[in-house]
Each structure stands twice: as structure tokens, then as C-alpha cells.
Ligand binder design. Sequence first.
Ligand SMILES: Cc1cc2nc3c(=O)[nH]c(=O)nc-3n(C[C@H](O)[C@H](O)[C@H](O)COP(=O)(O)OP(=O)(O)OC[C@H]3O[C@@H](n4cnc5c(N)ncnc54)[C@H](O)[C@@H]3O)c2cc1C
Length: 499
Amino acid sequence: MTDFAFPSKKVLIIGSGIGGLSAGIILVKLGFQVTIIEKNRQPGGMMRSYKRNGIECNVGVHYLGSLDKGQMLDRLFDFLGVTGQIPIKRMGTGGVIDRYYMDSDLLPTGMFDMPEGLDAYEQNLYQAFPRERKQITAIVKNLHSATRKINSLEFLFSGQNDFEILEHANPMGELMTQWNCSPGLRAVLGVPAAWIGVPLSACPSFYHNMVLASYLLSSWRLKCSGSQMADVFADRLKSLGGRIITDDAVAKILVTDRIATGVRLRSGQELKAPLIIGALHPKIILGMLPENAVKPSYRKRIARLEDTHGICGVHVAVNADEHPELDHNLFKIHTHPDGNIADMIFYQMRKSEKKEKNLLSILFDVPAEPWEKWSGTRTGCRGRDYNDAKIREAEKRIKGAQSLFGPLENYQILDIFTPLSIRDWVSSPDGTAYGVQRSHRQILSAALLNRTAVKGLFLAGQSVLAPGILGAILGSLVTIKFIIGPQWFKKAFSDLQIG
Ligand SMILES: Cc1cc2nc3c(=O)[nH]c(=O)nc-3n(C[C@H](O)[C@H](O)[C@H](O)COP(=O)(O)OP(=O)(O)OC[C@H]3O[C@@H](n4cnc5c(N)ncnc54)[C@H](O)[C@@H]3O)c2cc1C
């Protein structure tokens, strides 16, 4: 990448989540002059954790896939220059990465273990569903082929549509119906799709396989906090010469004749640049554009995009002697009789900054209604009844956790976040956790979101390609491919491709 440069071309990036920071690092390495603008006091967006009673509580990083030497995220971290600075710990050394508990009789043992490795996964599926060898063979064959494609990152370099979108748009749930899979098998395969906020019946097989494969290849937990991870990315950008302006939101994107020219900040300051990247939800970027900057059809397409649901999180300090760290995650899953997932709760028990306390994190989807009556209020100003409602919800979830962890005595609730907290923290519409939903229905309307109808304005972040740390970094690469063109992209990034 050294013989390649775009000297002194200025770029402004709105938002310093993993999408904005990764795009910034790559562009600064290409020779662009990068300035990131972040509304919060500290960079990192959802990647950043927060401290309660001396304990770091993570928001948007609970585990990461494909970080073993040479695997996809490891190569991307290497490329971004952050490997080694983000301490990580391998999960699943005891043979389990994720343990699923089903509340129905769809699984004979009521439980399924997702291990590390595709072969081990296949064996566990055979064991749990001995009568479905044919179906499992077909599922795993597809998974192998998706893994090869994803790991090689060939989709970034091929001249075809990114992700060969149309070929792999068939929902995984539909394929499983065609293959006559049992509700139990459907429930197990539904978990990775539900984790990215898409029901299996609507989840394009490519997205399903990408998420599942990325965690099966190897799964890792941070040995540091989300805040430290965010600081590593922010420091890397600054060490290369990039700049981050914090505590000042972008209020308006300046556009003349449908060409982006700069941004106006909340403070009134104006920054000019011929290139702007909105690394946050496309609907929020749309709201920053002057009324006549885009055609009504573009406005309508973005405004109509369906988002993923909101998530609530409860962080609880528990006695470390009674509740040791688990090196795998637990999922409690409530299914419909047809095996489709109705409700899923994620649990993680890990060490905390305090020796005598471990941190139990519980994440669960919530319908919007219970929190709607506070939607007109801002974080910190919602009053006592909101706090009481949060505590009631937390107590209910902690009680539910006891069926997995045994009696939880002397616990201390550290914090509870709701979709409203996420909405206010990172400006995600209605607190959507994973942004635009990658469902088959939206395969066309959500395709190529990286480009906009305004010249010089591009998008990045979890909504443009796929959610998660990996998905957002890949999304940044696709955006940069649009900016510099496929020829230059191939030249600049060929080291990333393998196979
Ligand atoms: C509860 C939860 C658990 C998750 N768990 C995992 C996990 O275990 N593993 C995983 O890989 N992924 C996980 N994710 C997903 C992952 O965290 C996200 O996909 C990713 O962090 C999104 O990054 P982003 O850059 O797209 O967006 P964000 O992190 O939301 O960044 C957007 C940034 O823009 C800023 N901003 C907003 N408005 C303005 C403005 N007007 N001006 C300037 N700045 C602005 C925001 O403050 C924010 O910093 C989880 C997400 C959630 C919600």
C-alpha cells in the first residue's frame, strides 16, 4: 500500500464508532487528511464501555469471531495496525463457545453446544439430530463454501455485486423448509440470525453463514474493556496523523448543487471538505441533508428501511467465589412450535476489575412499547418511574438467570440500559441495536447503501453491509472501494486477500 497515495485530499467522517474509526485509519494510510467528528465526549460509539462501581460494563462488544492468526478479523486488525494492542482471550477451550438452552422439547436434551470448528459443529448437530444427516450435510456444505468465500475476502475484490447478493438472498429459513428440517434444527440454526436481529425466515443465507462461520472459526473475548479497545483505534488514527474532534455533533451536511462541500457542527463551526463519510445510521445522515439535496425517491427509500430491534442490557456484580467466570456464553431460547425463535436472552459471566466480583451481563430483545412513554425524554432526565421500570425489568431477568446460574445472592445491579439509552448514546433511530435489518425483503433497498445520492457523500458503519465489529470494518472497506475505485482498491488492498 506504500506506493499508493491521495495526497492532501480532505475527508470528514461523522461518527467515531468502529465504522468511522476503521474507515479513518484506512483513508489516512492512503494519504487522505482525515478528521473524525464525534458528538460524544469520547470516541468509540457502541464499542466503548462505561464504568459503574469500578466495573467496566460493555455495550456492543461481548465476543468477536475469527481472530486466530490469519483469520479474517485478525488480518483486518493487522492491516489496521491494532493487533497485539487489544488483549483477547480465546473462548470455548472447554469445547463450548455458545450453549443454547431451549425451553421447548424441540431438543431431546433441551441443550445444544456450539463448539469451535466446523467439523465439531457438524458432529454436535449429528448427535443432536441423528435422523437429519442429509439435511446437516447440506447445511454444513454451504457453511464450508461460505467460510472459504468469507475468509478469503474475495467478495471485496470480485467485480461482481458485493456479497454476490442476489445469489445468496434466499432466506436460510426457506432453505431449511425445502430441506425438510425439523423445528429443533431450525431453532439451533436460528440463533446466529437472531443475534444480528433477523429472524431465520427472513435472513439471507449469506448473512446467516457469515455470522455463524465467523464465530465457529474461533471466538474471543476482550481481556480489556470496550473503552480500551476504542482508545486503541482512536490512538492508532491519531498516530498516523488523523484528527478527532469530540463533544461536538454534526448538525448539517453542507450541499451545493447536490455536491457535498462540508459540515456545520452544533457549535456553529463549519468544516469544508470534498469528501464526507457518514459513519452512523443512514436515516440520521438523511436528516442532516438540506431538503432539496436528494431526490424524494432516495429520501423515501432510506426513510422506509426497516431496522433491527432494540436491546436491553443488565449488568450485575455477583460473588466471584459462588459464580466463577465461564469461558462460553449462554443463550436461553424460547421457540414457537415450528422452531422459529420467539425470544432469546444472552448471558455472559466474566471476571471484573474487582477480584471478589464477577460481572453477569444479560442482553435481551424488547418490544418498543414498554419504553415508548419515555421516548420524548433524554437520558438522565427520565425520572423515577423510568428507573423503577428498569429495576423491575432487571429483577425479572436476574430471577430468570437463576435457572442457569443457581441462586444469585447479594448481587448488585450495576446498570440497566434500554433502547432509549442506545438511541441517545449513539443516535441510533429508536435504539436499533444493529442498524438496518439485513433481511431478504430489503436485499435491494439496503444494497449499496455505502453510496448516496449526493456527490462526495458516502456512508459507513454497521448499516451499510453487516453489523458487528467485523461487519462494520468490512463495510468501511466497501465504502473505500467506492471512493477510490475498484482498480486502485485491488492494488492497495491485495495483501488482505488470501486463497
Ligand atoms: C447490546 C449490543 C451488543 C452487541 N454485541 C456485539 C458483539 O458481541 N460483537 C460484535 O461484533 N458486535 C456486537 N454488537 C454490534 C456492534 O457493537 C455494532 O455493530 C458496532 O459497534 C457499530 O459500529 P458503528 O460504527 O456502525 O456505529 P456506532 O458505534 O453507533 O457509531 C456511531 C457514532 O456516531 C456518533 N454520532 C451520532 N450522531 C452524531 C453526530 N450528529 N455527529 C457526530 N457524531 C455522531 C455516535 O456518538 C457514535 O459514536 C452489539 C451491539 C449491541 C447494541
